[in-house]
Design a protein around this ligand. Structure first.
Ligand SMILES: NC(=O)c1ccc[n+]([C@@H]2O[C@H](COP(=O)([O-])OP(=O)(O)OC[C@H]3O[C@@H](n4cnc5c(N)ncnc54)[C@H](OP(=O)(O)O)[C@@H]3O)[C@@H](O)[C@H]2O)c1
Length: 354
């Protein structure tokens, strides 16, 4: 990266929230490899599986890596963590959370606390909010249309029946509000599905395992995969490049496999299991029936499946990464083929150790 296009110098203080997480830990490595020497890594003391120890063990020549143990729900922790910080990479979020209140607390209230604390100190040059493709609605979009940053956001996220989507939409809203009201400089990054060692599950965009059989729902859809190191690279660029305040960037790799191709590769490379393909018209009909019954039964059946989910997850779409390439100069460093090889190896290890 050319240094005259950079927002900060290698010694400026950078805060990474969610630093012990799947993507956050790779972002920390990416920044260190890029020569950034002053990192504050925010992690919850309860972070599982030796992740904090792994952060504490990181070393690079002349780098200062501070592990800040705290909780973003605490305004005091946020105030202490944001002191003297030039760039915040905000990755902490409630992922896989089913409860709306918990998702809201750990993705929205936490973000608000962090934004408030940043305003207090007045030294922040960029707040990078890591959002997600889940915020997009594909409802009004024709089949196979290109999904890019100009596509509309879910207007009724509560009706999606997905706490994660609800929280990510609200999180983006609060970040843009602080940008407008208080002039807080921000960039939003929206990754597709981030895969790699450390996240070995099969995305729901491909299908759902239920009652001992895997329902394959994706079919010929492309899956918006991005390999974890490619994604970390994109997030780093979004925080470091000058002149992109207020912009939104999708992150998705090139040469995406279809859901069917992915599933075939997975079965060949990791493990065999039974799957049944559910054609798009049928999955749409089932989602609609589920939605109707859930309404009719006044919530007796959770609205887990509905037409909004179907449009977002299983409708045929194409995805664009043109903007991030053009404005940030992002390039996919780990080829899709290599990414899948590493991912399948990790999946195999997990299956063998189970
Ligand atoms: N993985 C994907 O496919 C994907 C796709 C699109 C967008 N994203 C976004 O990318 C970001 C990182 O995701 P990830 O996959 O790396 O998730 P992850 O591994 O679950 O990491 C999230 C981290 O946030 C931390 N956290 C949650 N609540 C917190 C709180 N109250 N205070 C402090 N830390 C808190 C968690 O701490 P603990 O370790 O203590 O639980 C966890 O380490 C998220 O914003 C997510 O929405 C992910």
């Amino acid at each position: 990266m050319q240094s005259d296009t950079l927002l900060i110098s290698p010694d400026d203080l950078i805060l990474i929230t969610g630093a012990a997480g799947f993507i956050g830990s790779r972002l920390v490595e990416n920044l260190l490899d890029g020569g950034y020497r002053n990192l504050r890594c925010f992690a919850r003391p309860s972070s599982a599986g030796g992740r904090i120890e792994a952060l504490s063990d990181l070393h690079r020549d002349r780098a200062r890596i501070e592990v800040f143990k705290g909780n973003l729900l605490s305004p005091e922790d946020c105030a202490a963590a944001t002191k003297d910080v030039a760039v915040i990479f905000h990755l902490a979020a409630a992922r896989g959370e089913k409860s709306f209140p918990d998702a809201f607390m750990n993705s929205v209230v936490t973000t608000r606390n962090l934004l408030e604390a940043s305003l207090l100190h007045g030294c922040l040059l960029r707040f990078v909010n890591v959002s997600s493709f889940v915020v997009y609605t594909n409802m009004q979009k024709p089949t196979w249309r290109l999904l890019d940053e100009s596509c509309p956001i879910e207007k009724h996220p509560a009706q999606r029946g997905d706490a994660y989507c609800f929280a990510k939409v609200k999180q983006e809203e609060i970040v843009t509000e602080y940008g407008k009201k208080f002039g807080l400089p921000y960039v939003i990054v929206r990754p597709g599905y981030v895969y790699g060692p450390g996240n070995e599950g099969i995305t729901g965009r491909v299908g759902i395992g239920t009652f001992g059989v895997f329902l394959h729902l994706g079919g010929s859809n492309r899956v918006p995969f991005t390999y974890v190191d490619n994604c970390a690279d994109a997030i780093a660029l979004a925080g470091l490049k000058q002149g992109v305040d207020g912009e939104v960037f999708n992150v998705v790799d090139d040469n995406l496999p279809s859901s069917r191709q992915f599933l075939r590769l997975y079965k060949r490379s990791v493990e065999r299991f039974r799957s049944i393909y559910v054609p798009h018209a049928l999955s749409y009909g089932l989602c609609y029936l589920w939605e109707l019954y859930s309404k009719w039964s006044e919530g007796q059946l959770e609205p887990t499946f509905n037409r909004r989910i179907w449009h977002s997850y299983w409708k045929k779409s194409r995805y664009s990464n043109a903007k991030i390439k053009m404005r940030l100069g992002w390039m996919q460093k780990v080829a899709t083929q290599d990414g899948f090889r590493r991912y399948f190896e990790a999946c195999r290890r997990r299956v063998q150790s189970a």
